[in-house]
Design a binder for this molecule. Structure first.
Ligand SMILES: NC(=O)c1ccc[n+]([C@@H]2O[C@H](COP(=O)([O-])OP(=O)(O)OC[C@H]3O[C@@H](n4cnc5c(N)ncnc54)[C@H](O)[C@@H]3O)[C@@H](O)[C@H]2O)c1
Length: 326
């Protein structure tokens, strides 16, 4: 099957491309490279450097590539930018999405998978939130993810497409961009590998559900390509993708620091790593957010495979290799 992955040069999208190819499918990519990189993609994968807000350019790529399915990962994904620039957020996350959905429907795609977010839809959740938790998005980014699901549902029923929205928890892993605001594992790994203190917002007692990027990619590939009785033409299926396990930022920083220290010790570096600094709390940060992925286990036969300690090791290892390569 040929799948067009928007945002395929980014963190999660590029793992989806890798796994599609490994499973014998074809992939092509639309990405404007605003945060993604060509280096994340195998050279044989066609990359169309296009902004999804450009209606004609998106339609042209679909007309040329003729994909059977679309995996929509491209997004404006900064909560704080969405607060500062709600119009820009809506242009990329609503108009861009509609461009992709229109081109997919016109081009005869049969399946759509959309990167949604459990974190921004459910808000405060001290126990794993199921999909029927009332949506309560409080930022423009959260609102556009919610609206995105409603558009997906409309296009599914109007055009007879099978649509799946995957509501990720906090995704981390190799290739995550350490310059964004969401990738705390990437940000802390990079700083500690450079021998610098990580900065923890507020008291750090912010509990999140960390899920490994390649595990999230596996859920996407199944949702895109498998014969699934619960995923039918004409309707939207929304599924949480996470572990249901909570870890706070202090614990996470301690684990990353422990792993970086072990690497340094193996190289004979004995100077201790700096303790974390504590910065101001981020206004509006949720105290706890966890998702219940039991429905994904039923519908996709998906379960997370990577324990956090092993996923952190893989991520720290990836950043260490890049640092060594300069
Ligand atoms: N990382 C997380 O924890 C997380 C959690 C919930 C949902 N999500 C969603 O998952 C998706 C992928 O996120 P990611 O973590 O891989 O981020 P990422 O920034 O690595 O990937 C997004 C990709 O989209 C591209 N892009 C952005 N705007 C574009 C535009 N206008 N036109 C074309 N391409 C554009 C970027 O260049 C990038 O390659 C996003 O939709 C995000 O909202 C991520």
């Amino acid at each position: 099957m040929k799948v067009l992955v928007t945002g395929g040069a980014g963190f999660i999208g590029s793992h989806i491309v890798d796994q599609l190819l490994a499973a014998g499918h074809q992939a092509c990519v639309i990405d404007d490279l605003s945060s993604g990189s060509r280096d994340n993609l195998p050279p044989e994968v066609p990359l169309h450097v296009v902004d999804i807000v450009d209606t004609a350019a998106v339609a042209d790529v679909f007309a040329r590539e003729k994909p059977a399915a679309v995996c929509h990962q491209a997004a404006q994904m900064s909560v704080s930018r969405s607060v500062r620039e709600p119009l820009f957020d809506a242009q990329v996350n609503c108009i861009g999405l509609i461009n992709v959905l229109d081109a997919a429907a016109a081009g005869g795609c049969t399946r759509l998978v959309f990167a949604s977010s459990g974190g921004v839809l459910y808000g405060e959740a001290t126990s794993p939130a199921p999909e029927n938790t009332p949506a309560n998005p409080i930022s423009p980014y959260g609102i556009t993810k919610w609206v995105g699901e409603r558009y997906l549902s409309f296009y599914a029923s109007e055009h007879g497409l099978a649509a799946v929205a995957l509501r990720y928890s906090n995704v981390y892993g190799p290739r995550q961009n350490p310059h964004g605001e969401a990738g705390v594992v990437a940000i802390f790994s990079k700083r500690l590998l450079a021998g610098e203190a990580a900065t923890i917002n507020g008291d750090g007692r912010y509990v999140r559900d960390y899920v490994y990027g390649p595990d999230v990619a596996a859920a996407n590939v199944t949702a895109l390509t498998a014969d699934l009785p619960a995923v039918q033409p004409g309707s939207l299926t929304s599924l949480n993708i996470g572990t249901g396990i909570g870890t706070d930022v202090n614990e996470l920083e301690a684990e990353i620091r422990r792993q970086v220290a072990t690497r340094r010790a193996a190289r004979g570096e004995t100077s201790p790593l700096p303790e974390p600094a504590h910065g101001p709390a981020r206004p509006g940060d949720l105290r706890s957010n966890l998702v219940d992925a039991s429905r994904a286990a039923d519908v996709l036969h998906w379960k997370p495979t990577m324990a956090l300690t092993d996923g952190v090791a893989a991520t720290v290892g990836w950043f260490a290799e890049r640092q060594a390569a300069g």
